[in-house]
Design a protein around this ligand. Structure first.
Ligand code: ISE
Length: 342
């Protein structure tokens, strides 16, 4: 979609739940160069409500949305198991898409999307790993290296939800939630993972029997960096994401920095948001702007690729294997196709 004159990108949004609605509102009012023309949700009433709010139309199937002449680009924000088939449909129609994470909970389905994009010979899909657009993570990444804290040695992450947003299922805690840490740590460090091990221990009070929460996910990159993740979806304390990098020359921490801390009445602290839409509002907005600008101007795609989505699914699947077996699981990645050369 390369051209000299700026045009308005007409987006069709698949999924009118929390994240789909938030993306649609941002595209309609905060992002420059985009408009939302079409919405689909399996809940037709919900789709019609959001469409009415935004002056868009609701359509009865996602196939109709993708095929519509009023849709230049598609935002996929349906439930996780539908992402891959909808991404494939966008590729088949030759329409660019921003696909929410994960590319798929199932790595074979994720591979099918990579294979289809490679066969097409051009990158049409950007993955919604929005933390890559978060000012906090960007600052951390900028601090890694000789002018900052040196090479990364150990990265420690916490990802806590107030309540499990989709019910407590430990495998889902990995494929839906810790997938963010899987992606952002390989992006921060710039290396792939060599192995993963998921430790379970005493669980929090709201954990149903047979499930584990928190999970402690330990990984090592091919270059020897240790990455650990506390994934606690039923923490009850609020939504909190922190990242602490120990480098060869110093330490950098992200967490409190995104919030204003107040001191009053013998108390120093800050409020926690109830969930991720407010904590990562800048990341979501910057990601959408980056996507629209890329579509409008033909500038390189700034976000994660289908390949990154596929690697995320592979690593998450190995982590689920480790959760089930209790053993450390090696990670072997297929060769990266030339289409995704760094
Ligand atoms: C949710 O699905 C997300 O994508 C959020 O970004 C994440 O932090 C949250 O824990 C997930 O459940």
């Amino acid at each position: 979609m390369q051209q000299n004159v700026h045009m308005t990108i007409r987006v069709g949004v698949i999924g009118a739940g929390n994240i789909g609605t938030s993306h649609a509102r941002n595209l309609a009012s905060l992002v420059s160069g985009s408009t939302v023309t079409t919405l689909y949700d399996f809940d037709g009433v919900r789709a019609a409500e959001v469409a009415a709010e935004l002056g868009a139309v609701a359509v009865p199937t996602y196939a109709e949305l993708i095929a519509s002449d009023d849709v230049d680009a598609v935002l996929i924000a349906s439930p996780d198991p539908f992402h891959a088939e909808q991404a494939l449909a966008c590729l088949a129609a030759g329409k660019p898409a921003l696909c929410e994470k994960p590319l798929s909970p199932d790595e074979a389905d994720a591979k099918a999307v990579v294979d289809a994009e490679v066969a097409l010979g051009r990158r049409l899909i950007m993955m919604g790993f929005m933390r890559r657009f978060d000012p906090g993570y960007l600052e951390l990444k900028g601090l890694i290296g000789p002018a900052g804290i040196g090479d990364p040695l150990i990265v420690r992450n916490c990802h806590r939800n107030e309540v499990a947003p989709y019910g407590l299922d430990s495998a889902l805690s990995i494929t839906n939630a810790a997938i963010h840490e899987i992606d952002i740590n390989r992006w921060l460090v710039g290396e792939e993972y060599a192995w993963v091990e998921v430790l379970t221990g005493r669980s929090g009070p709201l954990t149903p029997s047979g499930q584990h929460d928190p999970l402690f996910i330990l990984m090592q990159t091919t270059g020897g960096v240790i990455v650990e993740v506390e994934m606690f979806v039923q923490s009850q304390l609020g939504y909190e994401v922190t990242c602490h990098v120990t480098g060869g020359l110093g330490v950098a921490e992200m967490g409190d920095g995104s919030y204003v801390t107040t001191a009053k009445a013998l108390h120093r602290g800050h409020d926690l948001p109830p969930q991720w839409l407010s904590r990562f509002q800048d990341a979501y907005r910057n990601q959408l702007q980056g996507w629209i600008t890329h579509l409008d101007t033909g500038s390189p795609m700034a976000g994660a690729s289908t390949w990154d989505g596929y690697v995320g699914s592979i690593v998450a699947n190995r982590a689920v294997e480790s959760l089930r077996s209790g053993a450390r699981v090696a990670i072997e990645l297929p060769e990266r196709p030339a289409l995704y050369a760094p």
